[in-house]
Design a protein around this ligand. Structure first.
Ligand code: AMP
Ligand code: MG
Length: 449
């Protein structure tokens, strides 16, 4: 217990948390109770005097200042899909654990083969998966083997059953088989003790197969990041409610909730609040009781009814991030009693782009994951566009016939274009003149998960 306290009180470097260093030998219960240190008060501060922060600089600041904010637990393999590993995992066993046959056929020692076509007597018995041959096969003899069976002693090569003629107690086959043919060596895939997966990895179905194969069954993972979503605006009504003139349905909350779930976090739906500072304050106070991170939409700029930025400003822990990006007005980033708040723009298109580009990698780090650049690729444009220098632009896009198409309108209120799109085209910060055929960077939405 004293060790634990010392660890919590120490100024352990953040990387220690990220890599799970020092926790390898800790008893399970102790590791589960552990909470990482809080974020620093100034983690969202921007350098003074900078007018519009380029996207890459803003991302670099998030990357440098954020760290995991969730505790850890140990789960069985089947429950760990999509979770973030908190420690490096090592193979407890090799894969394959022993040399075996990759096909159904006959095994023998290659060194005992003579010149030319072969006739070999068969040893009594066989080796099947899970039922190995007992003993060793004498040189010059072959034995029946079935896929996955351990190679019996005296066997290093297997001939495919389709390539032999089976006679009475013997097989015949043509010359030319190579030593070791149709076999798998012990540890040829993974050696025992090898690091198979690193801390920060988001576990995939294939990872679960790998862990199972090498004998790992207890998965050290971070607890899920709990993300509260709040919509703000007097004009908003919930889907299904009656609407009057001047009112619109809250489209951001279902969208942001969907993104949070896709990212593998726990969604905490805090509903919507009117443009009223006291109501918003109450909702933020409730949200920090339940959540590790808060996403709000609307009210994030500097207008009369922009209460998210006003409240965060009052709390003294806010930075208005004027990021040189389109779509996206200023992002309000701040801490509400130590809990990070991403004040997203109200426009659904801007809210989604800002979530994908900024909130997603930030939340991944806070969830214990690694910083992850979305993987895009270069495709010829199917459109023409003249772009001014000064800010990076994200266009709603999709791929058809190997070319990147963009939505017919760039209006940031056009929700149908978000739904039409299957990804984003990212245009660089500088000026650009795109004509059909110009290579552009396309990032599928799936790369943002
Ligand atoms: P705001 O950032 O609050 O000034 O909002 C910008 C625009 O986005 C306005 O047209 C709002 O009506 C709209 N808006 C804000 N929140 C939502 C929402 N949750 N769903 C749909 N539209 C929204
Ligand atoms: Mg508003």
């Amino acid at each position: 217990m004293d060790d634990m306290r010392a660890m919590l009180e120490s100024d352990a470097p953040e990387e220690g948390w990220i890599m799970g260093q020092g926790f390898e030998d800790m008893p399970k219960q102790a590791a589960e109770g552990l909470r990482p240190p809080p974020l620093r008060d100034d983690c969202f501060a921007l350098p003074a005097g900078v007018d519009w922060t380029p996207v890459d600089e803003a991302l670099e600041m998030l990357r440098a200042r954020l760290h995991p904010v969730v505790g850890q637990e140990v789960l069985p393999i089947a429950a760990s899909l999509g979770r973030v590993l908190s420690n490096d995992l090592k193979a407890l066993r090799a894969n394959p654990p022993e040399a075996n046959t990759a096909v159904d056929g006959y095994g023998f020692a290659h060194a005992a083969l003579g010149e030319g076509d072969q006739v070999m007597p068969l040893a009594e018995g066989r080796s099947a998966a899970g039922a190995p041959f007992d003993g060793a096969v004498p040189p010059g003899h072959a034995v029946r083997v079935l896929t996955g069976a351990a190679l019996p002693g005296g066997v290093d090569t297997v001939i495919l059953q389709e390539d032999v003629t089976l006679g009475d107690g013997a097989i015949a086959f043509r010359a030319g088989i190579k030593p070791g043919a149709n076999t798998r060596k012990a540890g040829e895939d993974v050696e025992a003790g090898e690091v198979i997966l690193e801390a920060g990895r988001v576990l995939t179905p294939a990872d679960l197969a790998l862990c199972a194969a090498v004998g790992v069954h207890e998965m050290p993972v971070y607890k899920r990041l709990k993300v509260a979503v709040i919509s703000t605006g007097d004009e908003l009504r919930d889907p299904g409610q009656a609407v009057e003139n001047g009112q619109i349905f809250d489209a951001n909350r279902p969208m942001l909730g969907g993104l949070i779930q896709r990212f593998g976090h726990d969604l905490i739906d805090m509903g919507r609040v009117p443009d009223d500072r006291a109501a918003l304050q109450r909702t933020l106070d409730q949200a920090i009781e339940k959540a590790d991170v808060i996403l709000t939409s609307g009210g994030a700029s500097a207008g009369d009814e922009d209460h998210v930025s006003a409240l965060l400003n009052e709390a003294g822990a806010m930075a208005e991030w004027r990021i040189a990006v389109k779509p996206g007005r200023p992002l309000a980033l701040g801490l509400w009693q130590g809990v990070p708040v991403f004040g997203l723009p109200g426009n659904p298109v801007a809210a989604m782009v800002c979530t994908l580009v900024f909130a997603r990698p930030a939340m991944r780090l806070m969830a214990g994951g690694k910083w992850q650049e979305p993987q895009g690729f270069s495709l010829p444009a199917a459109f023409e566009k003249k772009k001014k220098p000064g800010r990076r632009e994200y266009l709603r896009a999709r791929v058809r016939d190997g070319q990147a198409e963009v939505f017919k309108s760039e209006g940031s209120g056009r929700i149908s274009g978000l739904s039409w799109a299957e990804g984003l085209v990212e245009l660089p910060d500088g000026a650009a003149h795109i004509t059909p055929g110009t290579p552009v960077r396309y990032i599928p939405f799936s790369s943002f998960e």
